[in-house]
Each structure stands twice: as C-alpha cells, then as structure tokens.
Design a protein around this ligand. Structure first.
Ligand SMILES: [Zn+2]
Length: 227
C-alpha cells in the first residue's frame, strides 16, 4: 500500500540510511509518534534487536533497544531507550517459571521488573519500561506497540475479538486486557509460537503490537493496520 488516507507515510530512505540501528529506531519512533492518530503523547513504544559488541567479552551479542520509561516517542532520542541483553531477558523466563507465586499481578511478576536492571547492556542508565517483555518475547527484530485511535475503537468494543477476526482475517491475533508485564509478554510469545503466521496482536482495551524482521516493513505494516 502506498497511498494512505488516514495516516501519513513519513519514512525517508535517505534519512534512514544515514543513521545507525539505534538512530533508525529513534527515527522510526519519532515519525510514528509525530502523528497523534497513531499514538497518544507518552503512549506506545518501539524496539529493535541489534547485534552489538559486548564490552565484557568483545563478542557479538543481541541487544534489545526498547523505549524506556518516561518521555514521548515523538521527541525520543537514543537516550530515551534502554538497552538490554536479549539472552538474559529470555533467561528470566526460567527464573520466573520456577517461582510458585507467579501469575498476573502476583509477586513474582512484580519482581521481574526489578530483574531488568540486571540485564542492562553497556551500563545504559535509562530505566526499562514495564512493556519490555512484550518486545523481548516477540520473536522479531523490530516491534511497534501503538495506541492508534482506529485500533482503540476496536479494542474498546464489546465484540473486539470477533471484529479483529473479521477485519484482519487471522493475521492479527487477539489477547484480552492484561496488565502490561511478564505475563502479557509470555501470552504474546505463546500466540506466535502456536501460529507463526500471525503478524500482529490486538490488545483488548489497550492498542496493538506488530512486528517484522525488516524495519521499513515493520513501520509500513503498523500504518497498514491502522489504515
Ligand atoms: Zn500500551
């Protein structure tokens, strides 16, 4: 799709090509956040999984750069993103699974938030968002989580699940309202494991999340869903 009626396609190839991967993530975030139809001020977040040189070992390692706590996508710079070892975040699943007090809003879920700091890459001081596991556990390099007016009109409707199926034909899965956190991340991971063809997830009473292994395709698909 190249002509959009309800969103603006703002990606500039030349601009994007001049940036490093984290710069491109900030750029993607800025153009998404600049359109209030795509996300509200302070709402939504974005991420990229980037291969970086580990300062401790000199080896290549996968780093999740994800919009941190505070600030707004429209004006975010690289300082607004937290950076975490992707492998360490994934390993938290075993730690969490071993807890007896796990579950939505249970003590184990709250404790996981404090563990993100232990997964920090390169001493980045930016505090991680509670949405970090959503981005980490979705198996794609680029993930957008937005609160678009158009999507919220569905997310807030009584027949959200049925409408999502009708409109997106199974390409967009559905997850009922759940507080953002470890459990929601696990639920999303499970949805993708069961159906690898799913390209996005409607988040009941909240918004949606979409992804791709190509950055411009990730950005474009976010727009296409809203359009
Ligand atoms: Zn959200």
């Amino acid at each position: 799709m190249s002509n959009y009626q309800y969103v603006n396609f703002l990606w500039d190839d030349a601009k994007a090509a001049s940036l490093d991967p984290v710069g491109r993530l900030a750029y993607r975030s800025n153009i998404l956040g600049s359109d209030q139809r795509i996300t509200n001020t302070g709402g939504g977040n974005t991420s990229s999984k980037v291969i970086e040189k580990d300062p401790l070992t000199g080896e290549s390692t996968e780093v999740l750069w994800v919009k941190g706590s505070g600030g707004d996508l429209r004006t975010s710079t690289r300082e607004n993103f937290s950076s975490l070892y992707q492998e360490k975040l994934m390993n938290l699943q075993a730690l969490y699974a071993a807890r007896e007090d796990k579950g939505l809003k249970a003590p184990a879920e709250d404790d996981m938030v404090g563990m993100y700091t232990h997964a920090t890459f390169n001493l980045n001081p930016r505090a991680s968002s509670i949405d970090t596991p959503l981005h980490s556990f979705i198996p794609a390099k680029f993930v957008d989580h937005m609160h678009p007016n158009a999507i919220i009109s569905l997310a807030a409707s009584e027949n959200c699940e049925k409408l999502t199926q009708e409109i997106f034909g199974g390409e967009m899965a559905y997850v009922p309202w759940m507080r953002p956190g470890f459990e929601l991340g696990l639920a999303m991971q499970e949805i993708v494991r069961k159906n690898p063809k799913v390209k996005s997830i409607m988040m009941g009473q909240h918004g949606f999340i979409s992804w791709d292994d190509d950055e411009i395709s990730c950005y474009t698909y976010t727009l296409v869903c809203i359009e």
